[in-house]
Structures are given as C-alpha cells and as structure tokens.
Design a protein around this ligand. Sequence first.
Ligand SMILES: NC(=O)c1ccc[n+]([C@@H]2O[C@H](COP(=O)([O-])OP(=O)(O)OC[C@H]3O[C@@H](n4cnc5c(N)ncnc54)[C@H](O)[C@@H]3O)[C@@H](O)[C@H]2O)c1
Length: 331
Amino acid sequence: MRVGVIGAGRIGRMHARFIMENPEVKELVVADADAGRAEAVAKEVGGEARQIEETVSSGLDAVVIAASTSAHAGLVGMCLDAGLPTFCEKPVAAGYEETVGIARRVESSGTVLQVGFMRRFDPGYVEARRLISSGSVGTIYSIRLATHDYEPPPESYIPTSGGVFRDMHVHDFDALRFLTGGEVEEVYATGSVRKFPMFEKHSDVDTSAIMLTMADGVVAVATGTRQNALGYDVRTEVIGSDANLAIGFDSRVALRSTEPNHILAEKPGWSGFPERFEVAYRAEMDHFLRLATGEAENPCTARDSLEALRVAMAADLSRKERRPVKMEEIR
Ligand SMILES: NC(=O)c1ccc[n+]([C@@H]2O[C@H](COP(=O)([O-])OP(=O)(O)OC[C@H]3O[C@@H](n4cnc5c(N)ncnc54)[C@H](O)[C@@H]3O)[C@@H](O)[C@H]2O)c1
C-alpha cells in the first residue's frame, strides 16, 4: 500500500511510525504546513516528504490526517474530493456546522472516513464492550469515568483546545456510547480552577465533573483533572446487576491505596496518552489500513464524532448556564 500522513506533529509522527511497521505498507508520504517537520518525520520513519496538494493528488491508497484541529475540515474535504479512504484524528472539525457538513458529505460520497477515538481499540475497553453486549454484566446501573492528565498542557494550547469537555472529556463521551451502544439524553456539567490560573484566563477549568443520563436511564459520572502527580490516568468502571467491570486498573494505575493489605502495584504511572494507549493507536492504524482496502468495517464514523461533540457542547452550555441540558437542545 501507498499511504500518506498529513500533519507531522506529536500524533502524526506516531501514526507514521506505526504505518511503516505494517507489512502491507510499501511507501509512506509525509506532508505538513511546516515542510521541515514533514522532512524530519519522513527521514525518521523511512518515508518521503511532499507538499500537501501533491500528497492528496498522488494516487495514494489511504491518507491519515493528523494536522492541527483547525485544518481538519479543509483537509478532509480535499481527501474526499480525491476519493481517498481517509483517517482523521478527532475531532473531524472544530465546530458543529462543519462536522455536520462532513458527516453528510461522507455519507453521500461513498468514500470511507474513520475518526480517531482510540479507546475503541484499547484492549480493556474492547473486552468491557464484549462483556456488556454478551449480557454478562446484566442490567447496567451506572458508569464512572475518570480522565486525569499527568501534566497540564502548555498555556498556548488552551485557547485552541476547545476547552476541557471538547478536548479531554470528548473521549469519555465517545467511550460511553461505544461501551453501551446507547445515547446520552441529559448532561449536567461543572468545573473549577483549583491549581492553574492559566485555565481561568481562557475561561476553561482544570477540574471538571459531568453527570450524564442515558436514554435508557443508565447514570454516568465523568471526572477530570488537568494534572495528576502519579501519572496519566484513564479509568472506567461499569456497575451492573450481575458484574462490575474496571477498565484501566492495571499494574500502572495512578492510585495509592490507603489499605494495609492492598493489591495495587507500586509501579510508575503512565507518562501520557502515547504510552497508555500505544496498543490502541497501533490497532487503530492497522484497522484503518484494512478499512481502506475494504477488508474491515468502519469502527468510528463522522456521525460518531458528531455525537461525541454534541455531548461536549451540552456540557459547555450546562457549565455556562449552571443547569441540566437536554441533548435535543444541541442542534
Ligand atoms: N486521539 C488522540 O488521542 C489525540 C491525541 C492528541 C492529539 N489528537 C488530535 O490530533 C491533532 C494533532 O494534534 P498534535 O498534538 O499532534 O498537534 P501538533 O501541534 O503537535 O501537530 C500538528 C501539526 O499540524 C501541522 N499543521 C497545522 N496546520 C496544517 C495544515 N493546514 N496542513 C498541514 N499541516 C498542518 C503543524 O505544522 C503541526 O506539525 C489534533 O486535532 C488533536 O486534537 C488526538
């Protein structure tokens, strides 16, 4: 296969490496608005650097978009016009209207677009979904999700991130839909600045909580912090009538038990998302290449991205207006 990567930053570099490790891939083209970055990544992984337009028009078998969020909608449009099977990092677009436009365009184009919600490929989440859909958990009562960054992002990242609900908790919102197969009906969100005043400067928070009621009555709570001294920490618990499940409780879990006979290993926590989700990112890229050749189904569509974005928008509105928001308000 001949594959392109557009956007050679943190995550584009990682995708480029995993693509080159796939035995089906014979050629990799790397492009970036900053030609120097494209060249550096191409050199590092054994690919070739080209201009963006040249990359899109060079008859590739598949393209991965990992550029900054503000560039996604335009780049996805170019790739769809060229009829290229496309992977786009989350979110497919910065705003609601653009995301709706892309979802409609993909659905009428016959071209595939996979979106990068990597938890859908994490072994813990995949097994939990299998157990839930097999009926082993029984009736789900509630779900607890926790997402804690190790270090806060640099201040320059905050105004372009879209805020904590769109940037960080959007993964929790997608995971909730992925695990249960259901939709969120109502959202109540709150947040505060506990330690890093830079978030306040940009109307954002470093500490957040969201209560989500699903259409079938399942109650979920997501909590988040932008810093956690013990490591990057993503966990989910599913509480059911027949079993409780714990995702992310492994030997690296960033928790210290206060019990004398605890069973938690005292290993260092994860350094960040690239390490915690490496297995998932690899599986995600391998899956996309099989999707591009027609051997696999699309595991995460533009519609999925739109629904996760709508929940994040409901959380923004809820925090702003200090009230529960019905999902039907977000259109
Ligand atoms: N799924 C995940 O877990 C995950 C994790 C991190 C980032 N992301 C997403 O990946 C995207 C990139 O994030 P990052 O952390 O790698 O950012 P980054 O800033 O490290 O890299 C972005 C790259 O895009 C390039 N770029 C900007 N505009 C461009 C354009 N018009 N055309 C081509 N290249 C362009 C920049 O020069 C830069 O090299 C973001 O949309 C982010 O939301 C997803």
